[in-house]
Design a protein around this ligand. Structure first.
Ligand code: DGJ
Length: 699
């Protein structure tokens, strides 16, 4: 049974491979007991009373807790902070009861004096080893209660010596994976940009001794696209406390009588066998439970994106030329990026005015969409709907629609301001404009960009006592807009982009069919970006374009290397096709065709990170669907005469005989057992050498 409750007030949540347990202790407080490999016997969790003599150690700091409150003789980081109308600033609760409805366990806690309830929600995804935690607080009285921190969840791991893996980065340098040992004190991962951002990802991976294929890994991801905070506190009491949720750095929610406040979900996962299993479990989880349907089950098309080819310089003639060439190489979806609307000729003007620029497109978008239709291709457009430029019709008409302080000039980021999404009129404007665009034109796909963080969070429509709630309201406003547009145009596919991978999170995943993980399309950089991304986010969701070599400070690399790199995700083409040579066209056409053959293995199969530059001298990644495998291997430069590399694929059937094909050339046949244990030797002998290997089972 997924959820069991023992006589001794112990709650046990079980997935296929994992258990999570907490109890109500003798004082009516929730203790966190366990998170790890599956244990079926609930009787093992004794829930013995704490014997505590008042001494130097505060009991509630010593205990591993499931829900702690600031100010209650707790000096560790806590997951809830509140102020009542009379100035009392702690939540002294007792367990009141629980319910199980539609597979969801809800535990109810109540303050012993004040009319405040906390609901802890738990859902168990047995097949993918994920436990979802969420919280709701309810003001059952009449006076306003101020909530200053409300994390989605709290739990802990025993002992010390935990390692953390997360992703640091900035624009053009997304998903830079790093590992660090957590020592005493707090390790904090946080975003204060109002969005997910590149600096840290709203997730954590914890382990003591694990690698790709061995060791226990504990991980978590927040379903939130706004300010977040993850605190990992190594307490002196032999446990690592883990708290995750919305950031409390600049947060206050004034909870009025009868009102509730709900947190985003925190997904907790456990892998008994290293990072490989973790990534694949998160891939399954994403596709089955998080991504929007029906696209979650369909492979992504091969798209063309105009950004690096034409930048802002889009017009009917050049785009039609690109369409013709894109059709020739087998592209299925043509996306026109920035520059098609308002008075947009660079990044100084036009945002907010979502009307087709009549000088660049005197006949509207019809010449493009009709041309595409004649080729059986689809059309997509770029928008950045949360923004406005100073130089725009929208700003001239509604300068009060942006976050700003009346007494100060508004700060610009990428020459743009952030629209006040807490306002209903602003939400309605965006929904109305984009709805009209989608209704009047034959558009199947939208790339939704977001290129600056929130500042001066003040709204003309809110009392100043509400300003600290703007971070939360903004994210909710963003979700409301995309939800409304999805409901109005269910046939449209949406891509989330925020200066590259600044909005890759499990909150956005509910509303977008795919992520753009980075603006950096240099293939060598991209290999490590894609690797970092792949730990917790699915390949199905990762767009990867082949772009021109040597532009924008990029290294010159063979087209084949660039193609192989982008085929490791959802393939896109971003080259200036108008400048491609004949032999390049041939190669593009061939590999786009090949990609269509193998894309279901790449987008839906199991992913195995086999080797990583610079550690292994080679980058190698495998995708398999239980039958067939596709492997890609990349070398940046031969070092010390090393040109032969042995890679050991995973997940093959030991007894099956596989035909090995390297770049379409048939090689020897080997048993799965041989390939997995002895390995496959491949030769890569020049700078930026790469190859694609297929392992095809003999029937
Ligand atoms: C930033 C995005 O990440 C790019 O792909 C491109 O769409 C530009 N914005 C357009 O301004």
């Amino acid at each position: 049974m997924a959820i069991s409750i023992g006589e001794n007030n112990v709650f046990l949540l079980n997935t296929k491979n994992c258990s999570y347990s907490f109890s109500v202790d003798q004082e009516g407080l929730l203790r966190h007991l366990y998170w790890g490999a599956r244990i079926d016997t609930i009787e093992d969790f004794k829930n013995e009373p704490y014997v505590w003599e008042q001494g130097f150690h505060p009991l509630n700091d010593v205990k591993r807790e499931e829900c702690s409150s600031f100010g209650t003789m707790r000096f560790k980081e806590t997951s809830f902070k509140v102020t009542y109308a009379d100035g009392v600033r702690d939540f002294r609760y007792r367990y009141v009861g629980h319910t199980i409805e539609n597979g969801e366990l809800t535990v109810l806690l109540e303050d012993m004096v004040y009319p405040l309830q906390m609901h802890l929600h738990y859902k168990v995804y047995e097949d993918v080893d994920i436990i979802e935690k969420r919280r709701t607080v309810k003001n059952c009285g009449n006076e306003v209660i101020s909530v200053e921190r409300l994390h989605s969840g709290e739990c802990s791991l025993p002992g010390a010596g935990w390692n953390l893996k997360n992703f640091n980065g900035m624009w053009n340098s997304d998903f830079d994976a790093y590992e660090q040992r957590i020592m005493g004190g707090k390790t904090v991962l946080e975003s204060l940009r109002g969005t997910t951002g590149h600096v840290a990802n709203p997730s954590f991976i914890l382990y003591q001794n694990a690698g790709e294929t061995y060791g226990e890994v504990y991980y978590g991801a927040l379903a939130w696209s706004g300010n977040f905070k993850i605190v990992l506190e190594q307490t002196p009491y032999e446990y690592l406390n883990i708290l995750a949720g919305m950031s409390d750095t600049d947060f206050e929610w004034r909870l009025t009588g009868g009102a509730t406040l709900e947190t985003p979900a925190l997904y907790l996962g456990y892998s008994p066998d290293g990072f490989d299993r973790m990534s694949n479990a998160m891939g399954e989880f994403s596709r089955r439970y998080v991504m929007p349907k029906p696209m979650a089950a369909k492979p992504l098309s091969v798209l063309y994106n105009s950004w690096e080819a034409t930048y802002f310089d889009v017009n009917e003639q050049a785009q039609v030329q690109l369409i013709e060439k894109a059709a020739q190489i087998g592209v299925e979806l043509f996306v026109m990026d920035d520059g098609w609307f308002g008075q947009r000729s660079d990044d100084h003007a036009g945002l907010g005015d979502w009307r087709v620029n009549a000088v660049k497109f005197p006949n509207g978008l019809a010449p493009l969409t009709e041309k595409l239709k004649s080729y059986g291709m689809q059309f997509g457009l770029w928008i950045e709907p949360e923004m406005v430029n100073h130089d725009s019709e929208l700003y001239r008409a509604h300068s009060d629609w942006v976050y700003h302080y009346a007494s100060r000039p508004v700060m610009e980021g990428r020459y743009q301001y952030m629209l006040d999404l807490t306002r209903q009129d602003v939400q309605q404007y965006i929904i109305g404009e984009i709805d009209q665009l989608l209704t009047e034109n034959d558009i199947s796909y939208i790339k939704w960009d977001m290129n600056r963080g929130l500042s001066e969070v003040a709204s003309a429509m809110l009392d100043r006592s509400e300003f600290k709630s703007i971070w939360y309201r903004h994210t909710k406003g963003f979700y409301h807009i995309i939800q409304s547009l999805r409901a109005l145009h269910p046939e449209v596919e949406w891509e989330a982009c925020a200066s590259g991978g600044g909005r890759v999170d499990y909150g956005a995943m509910q509303y977008f069919e795919e992520f753009w993980p980075s603006d950096n399309t240099d293939p060598l950089d991209r290999l490590s970006i894609q690797e970092g991304y792949s730990y917790l986010y699915p390949i199905k969701y990762m767009r990867a374009w082949v772009t021109d070599s040597g532009n924008n400070g990029k290294r010159a690399m063979p087209l084949l290397f660039r193609l192989h790199c982008s085929m490791c995700g959802a393939l896109g083409i971003g080259l200036n096709l108008n400048e491609c040579k004949e032999e390049e066209f041939e190669l593009l056409e061939k590999y786009v065709g090949l990609y269509k053959e193998i894309r279901s293995i790449i987008q839906f199969g199991q992913l195995h990170r086999l080797a990583s530059l610079p550690m292994d001298g080679l980058q190698a990644v495998q995708y398999e669907n239980g039958k067939e495998s596709v492997l890609f291997a990349f070398l940046d430069h031969p070092s010390r005469w090393r040109t032969a590399f042995t890679i050991r694929p995973r997940g093959l059937d030991a007894k099956t005989c596989y035909r090995v094909e390297i770049e379409g050339q048939q090689q020897q046949k080997y048993s799965g057992a041989f390939l997995m244990n002895s390995g496959l030797t491949i030769t890569l002998n020049h700078d930026y050498a790469s190859c694609m290997v297929r392992l095809l089972p003999e029937s």
